[in-house]
Every structure is written in C-alpha cells, then in structure tokens.
Design a protein around this ligand. Sequence first.
Ligand SMILES: [Zn+2]
Length: 251
Amino acid sequence: MSELIFLGTGAAVPDKEHHNTHLVFRNRSGAVLVDCGSSPTIRLEEAGIGLDEVSDIILTHFHPDHVGSLPLLLMNMWLVGRQNTLRIYGLHHCLERVESVMSFYQWENWPEFFPVAFHRLPELQRGLILELGDLKVYASTVRHVIPTIGLRFEVNNGERVLAYSCDSEPCPEVVHLAEGAEILIHEATGEEVGHSSARQAGEIAAQSGVQALYLVHYPTIGVTKRELLDGAGQSFSGKVVVAEDFDRLII
Ligand SMILES: [Zn+2]
C-alpha cells in the first residue's frame, strides 16, 4: 500500500491548523518528503512516520516556506542516530543555496553525520527523478518567481497517477504533468505573479482531464473554504477538495 499525507496545506503564513504546504509519500520501500517548511520533524511524528523512514527529500524551490526547516530536520535526524544515506533532490538554484546554508551551520564539523546525496536536477520536462519501490516521480520546471519544479507520482507502472503543481502560475507544464492523472494537487495562493487562484487551479484541472482537484497552499486568512470551493467550481466540474493538514490519500 502507498499513501500520500498532507503534512501542511497553508500558504507562506501558517496557522495552528495549516502549516506551510509540505507532504509525504510513503510506501513499503521508504518515504519521500516533499518540502520542509514549518516543523517536519513534529508533523512526521504526528503522521506516524519515523525520521529513519524518510529515504528521499524533494525540494521544489528555495523559499523559506518550502526549505526553511531543512537544517533543523537534518540536525534532528543526526541527533536520533540516523546512519542511512538521505537523498535530496532539487534544481541547482535550490541545492547550491541549501549547501551554503548548511555550511554556515558548519555541518562538516557535526561528528559522524550521516551521508547526504544531493541530486541536482537539470531544467526538465516530466523527467524521471526518482524511483522508490513501485513509485516513480517525474518533475517539470513550472512557473514561479524563482526556479521551481512541479511533480508527478506514478505508482505501479502508471496504474495510479497524481500530480502536484507546487508553487506556480497556471501553465502548460502543470497540465502536462497531470495528463492522465486521477488527482491534481494544485496551489491556490491567489491570482498573482508566480501563483494561482482556486479558479485558475480549476482551469488547469479541467485542461488536464483529472477526476479530482485538491487545493493546497491557500491563504490562512482572508479566504474561506467555501470561496475556494466555489472558485475552483467555476472552472472545473470534477470533485474539488480543500485539503487539510493530515488528510491522507490511499494509493
Ligand atoms: Zn510557497
């Protein structure tokens, strides 16, 4: 069995119920954490996932609500005695900054620190970036204010497919990521440069032909759940869900 758990669903300003948007995909072979905002150590514990279970981390882009807690997560993994290699994936723009931040923390002096393997991704269109058991993850560069990737998860040779826009304006790259998918997880920050509104997310869902749209990365203040649902419903006739922290998709 595989599952995807939303560890946070809020935009850059979190609240008690909505941490920064990050999620984890778990199967028998390990767990892939997507982004590291808010408090992933605590959220993983609440979701019942041990730090040692996390085999891979994908960083979608270098903004604090997506990578701000990575140094603490790495330190926590080290302090609880991790030995296994951790694989971290991201664009060069992101990973070179992550390495700089870690060097400010002088992590090279943390004794017996576990191995970290950085996988620098080129600019790509639905390129395969990782395989974990029967999971394949593909990535495309999407359209945000800095270099950012969106993701496609294929399970069991494409029997089940999910896509995630990450932070992006409406764009054909996300439609391509979501083609043939059951579910599109799309951001709904609002209609602004580098982001999308719920209505725009609905348009992308309609163009992709997905069955269901899950909204994440939505404002924690000033917008109601009803407004998000109505916005997406203007442009998409399929199922719309405003994802909440700790919602699980069994795959
Ligand atoms: Zn963000």
